[in-house]
Write a new protein. Structure first.
Length: 84
């Protein structure tokens, strides 16, 4: 696995529609696939669609034996409200 530079910065507030992911961060792609599939089937994707990942468990403070319980969200930036 290649290490990537992590940058923490303040950004403007945004509204997002998210799908929760619990498990190893390297498997969040499956959650993004599910989210994108659901958005596409509802006509909610366009060339300018912006997607973000929100990682809420800090790796350094989370024991490796518990990686399957790490929390993250895959999200689509939106100006609309969505319901399940």
């Amino acid at each position: 696995m290649t290490a990537h530079e992590v940058v923490i910065r303040d950004i403007a507030a945004m509204t997002v529609a998210c799908l929760d992911h619990t498990g190893p961060y390297m498997q969040i792609g499956k959650a993004f696939d599910l989210l994108i599939g659901g958005l596409a089937s509802r006509g909610l994707l366009s060339p300018g669609t912006r997607m973000v990942g929100i990682y809420t468990t800090i790796r350094a403070s989370f024991p490796k034996r518990n990686y399957d319980r790490r929390q993250a969200q895959c999200c689509r930036v939106t100006s609309k409200s969505f319901r399940r």
